[in-house]
Design a protein around this ligand. Structure first.
Ligand SMILES: C[S@@+](CC[C@H](N)C(=O)[O-])C[C@H]1O[C@@H](n2cnc3c(N)ncnc32)[C@H](O)[C@@H]1O
Length: 217
């Protein structure tokens, strides 16, 4: 049986971020070259009257570093773990928040590489749909599962290269049909030029095979 299903994601990444911090956090954060973050930043700039930007599962706050100066002031990172202990002083980050139980009201919400580690990603998806006012961007690093509705794992429990002890970790293939079903049920159209709509974009990204889901209200 897979015990991961019962595992709480709060504090799961503490040791990971501590190890990063010990290696020199500021440089690893700001030098991370990642076109996806630039794309997200440019997309946000196309929207008028953005007052708040939340980065769910923000980790070290890489998105913050890719925002322009004006948007940096609007940024709040939210994460389940204690992140970037040494270097967080300049960034507004709320830690030890469980995204499966978190809602807010933010003009923009960005969620990158988070659903894949949560068997309960459906709850995070619901919460995000309730919480964003204008733009919701979700980035997946595993190829979306389009072929069946079962839960598909790339890795479950054994996570290659993961240095944590006693932490279960998984990469899931997220079900595209489920995402579309929820969006259609919430009256989001697939015609992206309409106001309340969504689109999927294939992206090379840092891990070679990203999908970006862009949802507008
Ligand atoms: C792979 S990292 C991604 C970090 C960052 N978004 C990026 O793209 O570089 C996943 C992050 O999401 C956080 N996370 C995963 N599931 C979560 C949950 N259910 N609640 C809160 N944070 C979660 C982890 O603590 C971790 O910092």
């Amino acid at each position: 049986m897979n015990t991961f299903e019962k595992f709480d994601r709060v504090d799961a990444w503490n040791e990971f971020w501590k190890a990063r911090a010990n290696k020199g956090f500021a440089s690893s954060r700001s030098n991370q070259s990642n076109n996806t973050y630039d794309d997200i930043s440019k997309l946000i700039e196309k929207f008028d009257n953005i007052n708040s930007i939340e980065d769910w599962g923000c980790g070290s706050g890489t998105l913050y570093c890719h925002l322009n100066d004006e948007n940096k002031k609007k940024y709040t990172g939210i994460d389940g773990s204690v992140v970037s202990i040494n270097e967080n002083k300049d960034i507004n980050i709320k830690m030890r928040v469980n995204l499966t139980k978190y809602t807010s009201s933010a003009d923009v919400i960005s969620i990158r590489h988070v659903f894949e580690h949560n068997i309960e990603y459906d709850k995070i998806f619901d919460n995000a749909l309730k919480s964003f006012n204008k733009l919701l961007i979700i980035v997946f690093f595993t190829k979306l599962n389009e072929y069946d509705n079962s839960i598909k794992y790339k890795y479950a429990n054994k996570y290659p290269g993961w240095g944590e002890k006693n932490v279960e970790m998984a990469d899931l293939y997220i079900n595209k049909n489920y995402l579309k079903y929820v969006l259609n049920n919430n009256n989001f159209s697939q015609k992206y030029n309409e106001k309340k709509s969504y689109t999927f974009i294939n992206n090379i990204g840092a891990d070679g095979n990203e999908t970006i889901l862009i949802i507008k209200k």
